[in-house]
Design a protein around this ligand. Structure first.
Ligand SMILES: O=P(O)(O)OC[C@@]1(O)O[C@H](CO)[C@@H](O)[C@@H]1O
Length: 406
């Protein structure tokens, strides 16, 4: 990673680019994206036009320069504006956040996702998401919920928050780098929270308080979305919240990010868990179904969630929505990068300072899977650095941080 030539202000840290060989960002562009193109290619019986488009995308992203969207693309104007100054440059020389986001838009475009025709709306990551949802690991995780049935809200709440937090480790893009290995329970128990401000979150959501409006900005489908939904059910059922708004992506993104159809699949998986003798999971599924029906749980898919920008430039409509929330829970690594800015911050940069732009209280729940980090105390940073581990990027560490505007 190197500094952008023109950082917005002298006080800001360098914007992350992908042009330093060996860096995390470089690895994503040079290795993770090409591997993903091949995985997707093998997962569907695509025709010659799609294969040719994938070949061209592979060549462009690894050796070429960034091309604009094709004439006639429904969002060509929008991306032309979003990408000013980037077209014609190497994919490695523009902000990493922008390059990744545009890569997913282009990958879907190459497969005919947006065009009227037989491939329109077919999620290229669907087979990977479906396999995860069918897995025995999910059976076990749903069955384990029975242990929480009937327990006090103060026991359920922290347990379910932890499940939602560590669910973020189950990220299909991340597994492209980890040889397809599922994160093991052993790895999870070795893992550490580098910051835990969950007490401040719970203070906004007392059980039985029931006046809160909670927004949840979702991240991955499957093994992350299920615990997110279970946490949402807990907030509603324990009277910690009167309504929850769940924000998902408008189209498939970053491999496993949740779309509306993933919400439906996860809710079905919960509601049908009875057959795996996971009774409490099934009860939760039915309650969530009911909450959707009576409007206490609402799902939204704003286009900004697939935009290549940090959240400090979110559009006014979205800003107003978050301003009305008691708290917004923001899940995952990418959302964290967008929340604090995709820059090489000093790890001790106060998180609160970085998210002062957010229009209301915000809680970040994230396992660490990229170089961006803020809000750590000096001792924690020293211990992490001394550990010799790849603590920033390996997903072995996690955080819960609180901040936000008025
Ligand atoms: O947002 P998530 O699912 O927690 O993580 C997304 C991720 O896997 O993708 C990016 C690299 O492609 C990194 O920011 C991060 O490692």
């Amino acid at each position: 990673m190197t500094a952008d030539a023109t950082p917005p202000s002298a006080d800001d840290a360098p914007v992350i680019l992908g042009n330093e060989p060996g860096s995390f960002a470089w690895g994503v562009l040079a290795k993770r994206h090409p591997a993903l193109v091949e995985q997707v290619r093998d997962a569907f019986p695509y025709g010659p036009a799609q294969h040719a488009a994938l070949d061209a995308l592979l060549e462009e992203t690894t050796h070429g320069v960034i091309e604009p969207l094709a004439a006639g693309a429904h969002d060509r104007e929008r991306w032309a504006a979003w990408g000013q100054g980037h077209f014609g440059r190497s994919w490695f020389d523009v902000p990493f956040l922008w390059a990744e986001s545009y890569f997913y838009r282009r990958l879907l475009g190459a497969l005919g996702y947006f065009e009227p025709g037989p491939w329109q709306g077919i999620d290229p990551f669907g087979p990977f998401k479906a396999a995860e949802l069918r897995s025995a690991t999910v059976d076990d995780e749903l069955a384990a919920l029975d242990e929480l049935a009937g327990r006090h809200a103060d026991v359920q709440g922290p347990a379910l928050l932890g499940a939602s937090l560590w669910g973020n480790r189950a990220d299909l893009g991340f597994r492209l780098d980890s040889g397809g290995a599922q994160p093991s329970t052993a790895a999870r128990t070795d893992s550490r929270l580098v910051a835990d401000e969950s007490a401040a979150l719970w203070s906004l959501l007392p059980a039985g308080g029931a006046a809160a409006s909670v927004h949840v900005v979702a991240d991955n489908a499957g093994r992350e979305l299920i615990p997110d939904l279970v946490l949402i059910d807990h907030l509603l059922h324990a009277g910690r919240a009167v309504e929850v708004v769940l924000h998902v992506k408008p189209y498939p993104y970053y491999v496993s990010d949740s779309t509306m159809s993933d919400v439906v699949d996860s809710m079905r998986r919960l509601a049908r868990a009875q057959v795996q003798a996971a009774r409490y999971a099934a009860e939760i599924g039915r309650r969530l179904w009911g909450a959707m029906a009576d409007g206490r749980l609402v799902v939204r898919a704003h286009e900004f969630f697939c935009a290549p920008f940090p959240y400090d430039v979110m559009p006014d409509g979205l800003r107003e929505e978050f301003a009305g929330a008691t708290v917004t829970i923001v899940k995952g690594d990418l959302n964290y990068r967008r929340l604090v800015g995709d820059r090489l911050w000093e790890p001790t940069t106060p998180f609160g300072e970085r998210v002062a732009h957010f229009p209301g209280p915000v809680a970040a729940l994230r396992t660490l899977k990229s170089d961006v980090i803020t809000g750590l105390d000096r001792d924690t940073v020293a211990a992490l650095e001394a550990s010799g581990q790849a603590w920033r990027t390996s997903g072995t560490h996690a955080l819960i941080q609180m901040g936000g505007g008025p």
